[in-house]
Design a protein around this ligand. Sequence first.
Ligand code: THU
Length: 165
Amino acid sequence: MPPTLETATASWNLVEPEFSLDHFPEPNLFESIMREARYAKDNAYAPYSEFAVGAALILGGRIYRGANVENASYGATMCAERTALFNGISDGERKLSLIAVTTSAEAPSPLESRSPCGLCRQVMSEFATANALVLLDNGDVNGRLTGDIIPFKTLFPFQFRLEKE
Ligand code: THU
């Protein structure tokens, strides 16, 4: 059995069991932030792909939400994760500690159909703290929320950084 974090109302699969969750002493926080992401997904504008995504994150201790916003000129589409992040960054916050993502992928589904895209990972890496975590929704089972917890570093190692003198 893979390691899990169990609460009364949620079950989380720990993708990197060795990783310490000490920076997150309140496990119910994971569920609340995922519920914020689900709420954000309701406002997704995705008439072209019909794939709605919601994200909620903690940036500088505050919660920000975002949904994907598509466009008839497909390349102009903005992902939910970057919408949420840019929301907080433009508020002056800089430190990303936790991000929850939910999609309209039918649950349960493989990690690949629920994970942030490469562009979002690079943008997140600009602000992610060393212990930042990514939560991926995997639907409800018997009335309990299920999902995966992945350290950001595991999801996106060796990120590009521009070293300045
Ligand atoms: N999408 C996101 O919002 N986040 C991701 O990380 C992956 C893709 C959106 C973009 C587009 O509106 C739809 O999902 C299908 O690609």
